[in-house]
Design a protein around this ligand. Structure first.
Ligand code: SF4
Ligand code: SF4
Ligand code: FES
Length: 249
């Protein structure tokens, strides 16, 4: 019988990280909350129940509730996960929630992934570079179906930050592009409308903050809630870096 079908509801204990960086006297600590589990309860439902019935000051982020907006990433029993897609039935009775590391803490479980992703996008110039100005009246350019699908796969990233939080290198190397950054770079490298050449990209990826900083243990690949093919992305970037000469050679 599925755990959802059992008749006696489980009693869940949440240990939740609490800290408000705007309160200078506050100390980071874990706070316990107890609730009864209900059928098909997600962490979104559980956290709202705790906030509504026990502590209105609890901070966390949700918007779409369907793995689209990327705002609800958090550490769930030590693993980066989307809160809206995580069912309590798949977790033990003791659930520990902490904010994603690497990103700026707003308070409790809420982090600002936007700053990190904006800096990454600016440092990699994550937009189409073309010499000709965009003509909105021009016919759409045709693109090979297979390539269009590959670009679409990369574009499915919802910028939740789970892969970055899972990456040991990103945790200790401030300027490492991170899994989501490497994915973004590959997306524009493969796009035939982007006119940056191999040597331009070489400067971006073949350095201590690029693909060679990646240790390749694939925690990011295993954790990505959208199941992006990050393994293939790094293989593509490594091949490109190894077959391109630097401008100094
Ligand atoms: S495979 Fe590379 S990018 Fe992914 S988690 Fe490991 S070190 Fe980070
Ligand atoms: S690659 Fe996956 S885990 Fe990383 S930010 Fe994008 S959707 Fe989230
Ligand atoms: S609330 Fe949007 S991804 Fe979870």
């Amino acid at each position: 019988m599925s755990k959802q079908m059992t008749s006696v509801p489980r009693h869940l204990t949440f240990e939740i990280f609490r800290f408000n960086p705007h309160e200078p006297d506050g100390e980071p600590h874990m706070q316990r909350f107890e609730i009864e589990e209900t059928p098909y309860m997600s962490l979104f439902i559980a956290l709202n129940k705790i906030r509504e019935t026990q502590d209105p000051s609890l901070q966390f982020d949700f918007a779409c509730r369907s793995a689209i907006c990327g705002s609800c990433g958090m550490m769930v029993n030590g693993k980066p996960s989307l809160g809206c897609r995580t069912l309590t039935a798949d977790l033990p009775e003791l659930i520990r929630l902490q904010p994603l590391p690497v990103f700026k803490l707003i308070g409790d479980l809420s982090v600002d992934t936007g700053v990190w992703f904006r800096e990454m996008a600016q440092s990699t110039e994550a937009w189409i570079h073309a010499k000709e100005a965009f003509d909105p009246q021009a016919d759409e350019q045709r693109m090979d179906d297979e390539l269009a699908n590959t670009l679409y796969e990369s574009d499915r990233c919802i910028e939740c930050g789970c892969c970055v939080a899972a990456c040991g290198v990103a945790r200790i190397t401030k300027d490492f592009k991170g899994p989501a950054g490497l994915n973004r770079i590959a997306r524009f490298m493969m796009d035939p409308r982007d006119e940056r050449g191999d040597q331009d990209w070489f400067e971006v990826i073949a350095n201590k903050d690029g693909v060679f900083a990646c240790l390749g243990m694939m925690a990011c690949h295993d954790i990505c809630p959208k199941e992006l093919p990050l393994l293939e992305v790094y293989a593509y970037l490594r091949r490109k870096a190894l077959t391109t000469k630097s401008r100094d050679d």
